[in-house]
Design a protein around this ligand. Structure first.
Ligand SMILES: C[S@@+](CC[C@H](N)C(=O)[O-])C[C@H]1O[C@@H](n2cnc3c(N)ncnc32)[C@H](O)[C@@H]1O
Length: 309
């Protein structure tokens, strides 16, 4: 896994599909296939969409990730850390499903999935998105790969799902959305999962500014990486640095990290009126009956937020 770039493969910027998008799809597949009940998320399409091919291949990838974190720390730390990453990745998608469902009664009109990767919400939750226009926005190389994956896996693309090709670093989001058919005067639900960390501060701020310009009631769910990655609860020291090392080896270095207060200020300055940080403890209580030992962390720990215009 970590040899990929040393072998001279392209990076995201050079036209290679996102390896972290593959990684988190494998995380969701692994959770779906192996996690005990209650499961956080039921992403039944993660395995076919990933293209990994088999449960054994999913397990082998997870073993390789855990082995890499063990090299950087130790076996016990690695086990806890990988479990936390997987559960966090599943939690953020579950939060999207719940917030989107709740937003329908407020009159939500369209959904924009920013940095969609192999997100399967639009193909799995067809009842949820019925009646909404859904736009998947992603880097052209990753998007082309996803579309090929959808075709290979015989996953039907609902009629209300459209694709917008966009590079956060080199294009203008408002223009790309307009050109892709997103209507700027409609109440819009944005998801931005697992993306800001791979972008520069300028790209993050300009993305907030575009989303914050949407009509009142528009909403955004995102996860974030903080400089102290407080959601590790201090149990896995340097965890954000381990993660940074591993994703850099995949060709997708971490470029931005924010404390909660910074994010809140940025969002409020961009037109959002309400920002809510979701406590990891509350999500564990909600999704895991409070039972996940790997997630034993302080009440203030958070890495997912919702914001409303
Ligand atoms: C970790 S993946 C997350 C994918 C998806 N949101 C999920 O949760 O499964 C990161 C995503 O950010 C996208 N991304 C990273 N840098 C980008 C850029 N400069 N322009 C467009 N997309 C970018 C990648 O293509 C990839 O889909």
């Amino acid at each position: 896994m970590q040899e990929r770039n040393k072998n001279g493969d392209k990076t995201l910027e050079e036209g290679k599909p996102s390896q972290t998008a593959f990684m988190v799809a494998v995380h969701r597949a692994h959770h779906y296939l192996t996690a005990p009940e209650p499961k956080i998320l039921r992403d039944s399409l993660a395995l076919p969409l990933s293209g990994a091919g088999s449960e054994a291949a999913i397990q082998a990838y997870m073993d390789a990730i855990e082995a890499r974190f063990t090299e950087l720390s130790d076996a016990e730390t690695s086990q806890i850390f990988v479990r936390r990453i997987v559960d966090s990745v599943c939690m953020r998608s579950r939060v999207v499903e719940e917030c989107l469902a709740a937003s329908l009664s407020r009159g939500m009109q369209q959904v924009v999935v920013l940095g969609a990767g192999l997100d399967s919400t639009a193909y799995r939750c067809t009842d949820l998105i019925k009646g909404l226009d859904v736009f998947e926005v992603d880097h052209p190389a990753t998007q082309a790969w996803k579309r090929q994956r959808l075709a290979d896996a015989n996953i039907e693309i609902p009629e209300n799902v459209r694709f917008v090709s966009y590079d956060f670093e080199n294009q203008t989001l408002a223009e790309a959305l307009r050109a892709g058919g997103v209507e700027a005067d409609k109440m819009t639900f944005f998801t931005w999962l697992g993306v800001h960390m791979y972008l520069t501060d300028a790209a993050v701020k300009s993305t907030f500014a575009v989303m914050g310009d949407y009509p009142k009631g528009s909403e955004m769910v995102m996860d974030f990486i903080s400089p102290d990655y407080v959601d590790t609860g201090g149990l896995v020291e340097n965890s954000v640095d381990y993660l940074a090392k591993v994703v850099t080896e995949m060709g997708e270095p971490i470029k931005s990290r924010y404390f909660e207060a910074e994010l809140e200020d940025m969002l409020l300055a961009s037109g959002f009126g309400r920002v809510e940080f979701l406590s990891a403890r509350a999500l564990i209580d909600r999704y895991l009956d409070g039972k996940n030992a790997a997630f034993d962390m302080p009440d203030e720990a958070t890495s997912i937020l919702t914001a409303r215009v």
